[in-house]
Each structure stands twice: as structure tokens, then as C-alpha cells.
Design a protein around this ligand. Sequence first.
Ligand code: AMP
Length: 416
Amino acid sequence: MNFSDFSLNPSLLQAVEESTYDEPTEIQKQSIPFILAKHDVMARAQTGTGKTAAFALPILENLLSSDAEQLMIRALVLTPTRELAQQVHRSFDKYGQFTELKIGIAYGGVSTKKQIQDISTGLDVLIATPGRLLDLVRTGNLSLEFVNTVVFDEADRMLDMGFKDEIDQVRKYLPIEIQTLLFSATFADDIYKMAKSILINPKIVEIDDKNTAAEDIEQVIYSVDEDRKRELTSFLIGSRNWKQVLVFTRTKQSADHLAKEMTKDGVKSVAIHGDKSQGARDKALLEFKEGKIRALVATDVASRGIDIKDLKYVVNYELPYNAEDYVHRIGRTARAGKSGIATSLVDVSEEWLLTAIEELLDIRLLKQWLPGYEPDLTKSKSTKSKPTSKKTARNKALTGNKIGKSRDDNNRRRRR
Ligand code: AMP
């Protein structure tokens, strides 16, 4: 399938061509026709799947083919974070670069002046975070009366961040007859609830996670108490029969201690870090490559440049203080098209580090509990961990996929 099969405006096809996309991704193949046909859509897709183009291209096409007055905000995209707003804005700019359409952005934390100026000169598409959008509407600087398509991007994250009220408020300012598109990384119960209240006869699009354009690394997060991490690491390596594992710690002391303890657990381990001589490091690495050592316990600095062919497993025993180090760490696996599993053990004091990683990668990393290693919630009330059963709940929700089925299908739009 080609992008030209969607019969998009030549100016959009030109932008796609310049982006050197060979063919539409799965989410694009499935969503674009529905959006072009003005259906409501509920789509499950993560960042990295090409989801932005999946809604941006058909929205731009619909704007180009409509004879409505230009320079009125007719498409609104709501995002949970400023970073995502900027990313989506860049995508719209890229895909719309050969059109006359004007794309604007509005998010909090910066002065409203420039945003108000942009809005007053006329926009066709606005990408915004909910809080700032409401500010602009309430102060009379923005009208949403001509919006005919609204996108809730990363809706799950919006709910997680407590934007439910803002979403409800924004909807009050939107026209009654409107195309609504909901994109979410998960279809958890709260997303179904939201979908039921805002979508009319939606087309459901779900893509297999295997089809993501993102690197082929499975990222697994276990919430666990700090004092049980060592035991859990040895358990995972042993019970899952991982033969060659790179384990990361934050400090040299922690690396030394962990390697010793894991060896006592029966998982032969050696630590490498900056205090070890080059000779000792080379020897450890060689033995690891040859399979004489099962776990190499490394600090971030020591791990730089280590390239172990076919390494499949990485464990983040402690999350790094620098989110970019996380990317380097997990990038040790899944090299050259191979798949890999990166498992992170996160105790309650590290939640903020996980959030920083999620922000950097612009994805949500679902925390799980491994039975027998559940964190003791009585120790800290601040944990926000969710049990593994969330996945089961999600699957259950998916099988109960009945949204809109009871409503008539004759283009009835929402009435309030
Ligand atoms: P997104 O999931 O929207 O964040 O997109 C992830 C990345 O995939 C972005 O860098 C896009 O430029 C890129 N992308 C989007 N569509 C395609 C495509 N059809 N082929 C290749 N890359 C794409």
C-alpha cells in the first residue's frame, strides 16, 4: 500500500515524499480512511508507530477539501504535555508545509502574548494543552466555535495527569456536531469510560505492538521495594533462564555489592566500573562474552562502548539519574534488528526518575508487580504503582469492546 492510495492532496503527498516514508505504517493504514470519511475514531497506538501522521494527514486533507472559510480554527489537537504539543506541531508543520494552512500552538508555562497574536492573525489548526486552551477561551482570546475535528492525543496520559475536568470543560466550548478522535497507548477502563461519553459510533483501531516503528526493545517495569531488588534480580535471571544479562547500577559500591550477592545466589556475576583496572574490565567483558559469567554488573560510565553481540537482556537494578542514560542502557540490547528485553526495577523513591524517562521517550511505561515481590504499600503511601492485574483488566476491557454498538449509525452526532 502507498500513501497515494489514500487519494490525498498532492501538496500532502509531496510532504510525505520529502519525509521519505516508503509506505504507511499500520496505524496510518487503518486510521486514515476512517478519519477521511469523518468517522469518530478510537485508536490504540504508542508513540513511535507513526500515529501523529495517522491523524495529521487526514485532518489536513479534510481541511483542504472543505470549502469552509480558512484561517478559522477548524481542527484542535489536545495533548497532555507541552513537549508532545511541540512534537505534534512540528509534524503538522512538516506535513502541511506545501499548503496554505496555518498551524498554531498554545501551551502553559510561557507568556500568552505570542500565542494570542498567532491566534488573532488566523489559524486553521491549533495544538494545545488543556489548561492553556481554557485560559485563552475564558479570556476571550480564542473561540472554538468553528472547530469540526478534535483530537485527544495520548488520552490515557491526560487522564493520568488529572485533566479529566479540563477535558470536560473544553468540550463545553466545542460545537455539538464534531468529529472526535481519541488516541491512547492503552484501552484501560477509564479510557473506555471517556470514549463512551465523547465518541459517537467510533471506528476502533488497534495495532499490534509488534508493528511499532520504535526500536524492538520490550521495556518491562517492576515496582518493588528497594530491599528486595537483589533477590528479584537473581530470581528473574534464574527462573527465566537468562544466560547473559547486563545489569546496571548507579554506583560502583552498589555494582560490587550486587555482583557479590548475586554470585552467592548462584548467578555468577562480575562488576565493572571506573575503579577497576582496564585489565580487570577487559577480562570481565571477555568472560561475559564467552558465557563464563552470567551477569555483568556495570555502572553507566563503564558500560559506554560495550557492544555485546546478541545481548538480549538488560536489567536496570537502579534507574539512572540522567534519563538519557536509560536510553543508552537499554540500547545495549536489541542491536541490529534483534529483539531485546529491558527490565527495570523501580522502588518508590525512583518514581520521579521513571517519569523523567517517560517524558524523554514520550511514552508511558506501565508498572507491574511480580507476584511474590509486590511492594509493601504500608511502607510508603506515596507509591502510585499499579498491579499486574491492570493488564488483565485491560484485556477484559478489550473483549468487552461494545462502544457505540447500541447507538444508531446514521451519522447522529453528539447532542448536549
Ligand atoms: P509518531 O508515532 O507520530 O511519534 O512517529 C514516530 C516517527 O515515525 C516519526 O519520526 C515520524 O516521522 C515517523 N514516521 C511516521 N510515519 C512514517 C512512515 N509511514 N514511515 C516511516 N516513518 C514514519
